[in-house]
Ligand binder design. Structure first.
Ligand code: ADP
Length: 631
């Protein structure tokens, strides 16, 4: 019979599987069993509303048969099955494009990562241990069964066949043993039992196998020297109780981690887990995890948040989005509740009152868990914040600040004084009595911000300044308005409230005296600046640039990046340090040599732009001016 070809990408992946360098070949069994369990889930779900299925929960099972003589390992299920088209589609194609590339990249990096299954290539893992795979399947409700056969990358055949009930048999002809690999171990009772326990213990349907046991023979029962005989017995290998249904005290930390890694295809342990058993208005159990790092697509539209939803042990939704708010979209896990109406349609479920209740509850619990982590294990929390902090910040500014109360104490920002991350609570608690505001500076990097001229005065006064280096940071003060009754002040833009009335008066007087110089500067620079004034904040630097109230330079840069066509620009205010020798030199030049004074002004303005990390309008002119001075 003519062989059908695999789709090109599938063929390559299959090749990779067959010649796999993957050291955990044993996981093929987990993949095959988990497919069987999914297939049963589907039929079990159907049986809740369709009397014709004729199977009860107790009738579903997965069977493993090992035929040592013929090197055949079979995994059978009585699930939903596949029809001809589905077999061709599901077993002949890779579900998601991109998986092949990912696998190749990983192999090039020689990283032994559990990506198998991550992209829906689980079934192909059978080819790591089998030289030929036969799939016999009959779809529930269909009269005919089909057989799919393949010995690898050359292709597969489809043949009509007989099968008396709905379900699927996956028959694997194991590869010949080599010096390095004993594939025949996958036929041994002990090994199969171990693998089921290790990877598939929580599968909710019995995984059964005929096991050989010893017993005293009937004849020798009463004799002094009993004789033994072997017999086989059908045994269920898995405990079937899902982890979340167990008692917390019976579950080890390792089991929690392993479950997470298997179920959510992560290769790293989670940072935290949360096992809840709630009784009351709505009764439910939940097992939630905070991953250690953001998935590669986390900050894109492709990422799908959600928790798996079960009702009394039957999965009713793979990804229930409504259970998680956007700000906690990084959480993975399962929720199982007997109170959810099962035969409600999936769309309706989204408006279910119980579901809303659970979602509200989970949000509070997740928040509490994160707050606890921050308190008890700061290092871990900072790792978490490194991965998902940006998402929490988006959460604060989203929905007009509706979630700010919930999230504000989970924030961390870099403290210029402490040289580490601090929370707003820590910042305000460490504030001196006389400090009125929470100070922050916005820029591209901590290193740049540490050099801001405006920082000097605050340092001198012993005030801490928070460094905002992410796009979203600057929107946080706008959303929060206040924290612990303290307003926020941008050190580059706002009145810092540090000058006493006397100092203010003194500046005003100086301002008056310096008027001719300041006017000269304004005239020279024209529309480039909105205002020229003396500064109260400058110490060792002669000039700085402050934005006009309303928009900071960082905001300007942000909008320039996002939508340059808008031409958003913050008004520039040039501030000068009257106590600096350069100012005296400038004053002198204004009085004696206007041409020179004009050059000074242009240089100072360019320097102010540079320090504010803004582009120079004419860099060549600036260098020429400096060179002119040096000659
Ligand atoms: P995934 O399970 O991640 O989607 P697989 O390659 O493991 O990817 O399987 C591909 C598809 O083949 C499954 O999604 C399912 O539709 C179908 N399939 C695999 N095994 C079975 C089975 N035992 N019964 C029914 N369908 C199955």
């Amino acid at each position: 019979m003519a062989k059908k070809q695999f789709k090109a990408e599938s063929k390559r992946l299959l090749d990779l599987m067959i010649n796999s360098i993957y050291t955990h070949q044993e996981i093929f069994l987990r993949e095959i069993i988990s497919n069987a369990s999914d297939a049963i889930d589907k039929l079990a779900y159907l049986s809740l509303t369709d009397q014709n299925v004729g199977l009860d929960r107790g009738d579903f099972a997965i069977r493993i048969t090992a035929d040592e003589k013929n090197r055949m390992l079979t995994v059978s299920d009585n699930g939903i099955g596949m029809d001809r088209a589905e077999m061709e589609e599901n077993l002949g194609t890779i579900a998601k494009s991109g998986s092949l590339q990912f696998k190749k990249d990983m192999e090039e990096q020689k990283e032994d990562i559990d990506i198998i299954g991550q992209f829906g290539v689980g079934f192909y893992s059978a080819f790591m241990v089998a030289e030929a795979v036969t799939v016999i399947s009959r779809k529930y409700g269909a009269d005919e069964a089909w057989m799919w056969q393949s010995s690898g990358a050359e292709g597969y055949t489809m043949t009509a066949c007989e099968k008396d009930c709905a379900g699927t048999d996956i028959i694997m002809k194991l590869k010949a043993d080599t010096d390095d690999e004993q594939y025949s171990r996958f036929l041994q009772e002990y090994e199969l039992r171990r693998l089921v326990k290790k990877y598939s213990d929580y599968i909710r349907y019995p995984i059964q196998m005929d096991v050989t046991k010893q017993r005293v023979t009937e004849e020798s029962k009463d004799s002094e020297k009993p004789e033994y005989e072997s017999y086989t017995e059908n045994e269920t290998l898995n405990s079937m109780v899902p982890l979340w249904q167990r008692n917390k005290k019976d579950v080890t930390a390792e089991a929690y981690s392993q479950f997470y890694k298997d179920k959510f295809f992560d290769f790293e342990d989670p940072i935290a887990h949360l096992h809840l058993s709630v009784e009351g208005a709505v009764t439910y159990k939940a097992l939630l995890y905070v991953p250690a790092r953001a998935p590669y697509d986390f900050y894109t539209k492709e990422f799908k948040k959600g928790l798996q939803l079960y009702s009394s042990g039957v999965m009713i939704m793979e990804n229930c989005e409504d259970l998680l708010p956007e700000h906690f979209r990084f959480v993975r896990g399962v929720v199982d509740s007997q109170d959810l109406s099962l035969n409600i349609s999936r769309e309706l479920l989204q408006h279910d009152r119980q579901l809303k209740f659970i979602a509200g509850n989970l949000e509070k619990k997740i928040k509490a868990e994160l707050a606890k982590l921050m308190k008890d294990d700061r290092e871990k929390y900072e790792r978490f914040f490194g991965a998902f902090g940006r998402n929490l910040k988006y959460g604060i500014v989203a929905d007009y600040g509706a979630h700010k109360e919930l999230l504000q104490d989970l924030m961390l920002f870099w403290s210029s004084r402490e040289n580490k991350l601090v929370s707003l609570k820590e910042y305000t608690e460490a504030m001196g009595e006389e400090q009125k505001y929470i100070y922050f500076a916005v820029g591209e990097s901590r290193e740049r911000l540490a050099q801001l001229p405006q920082l000097e005065l605050l340092r001198e006064k012993g005030c801490d300044v928070l460094f905002f280096t992410e796009d979203v940071d600057e929107f946080i003060p706008q959303t929060l308005q206040k924290y612990a009754e303290k307003e926020f002040r941008n050190i580059a833009a706002d009145d810092l409230g540090l000058t006493s009335d006397e100092e203010k008066k003194a500046i005003e007087e100086k301002q008056e005296a310096a008027k001719p110089t300041l006017d000269f500067i304004k005239e020279t620079l024209g529309d480039k600046v909105k205002e020229v004034r003396l500064s109260a904040a400058l110490k060792s630097h002669p000039v700085c640039l402050a934005p006009e109230a309303g928009m900071s330079f960082e905001m300007e840069k942000y909008f320039q990046r996002m939508s340059p066509e808008m031409g958003v620009k913050a008004g520039r205010i040039l501030e000068l340090n009257a106590a600096h020798p350069v100012f005296a030199a400038l004053q002198l030049a204004v009085a004696q040599d206007k041409e020179k004074a004009e050059k000074y002004v242009r240089i100072l303005y360019a320097q102010a732009l540079l320090m504010a990390d803004l582009p120079l309008e004419n860099p060549t002119e600036y260098t020429d001016l400096i060179c002119g001075m040096m000659q």
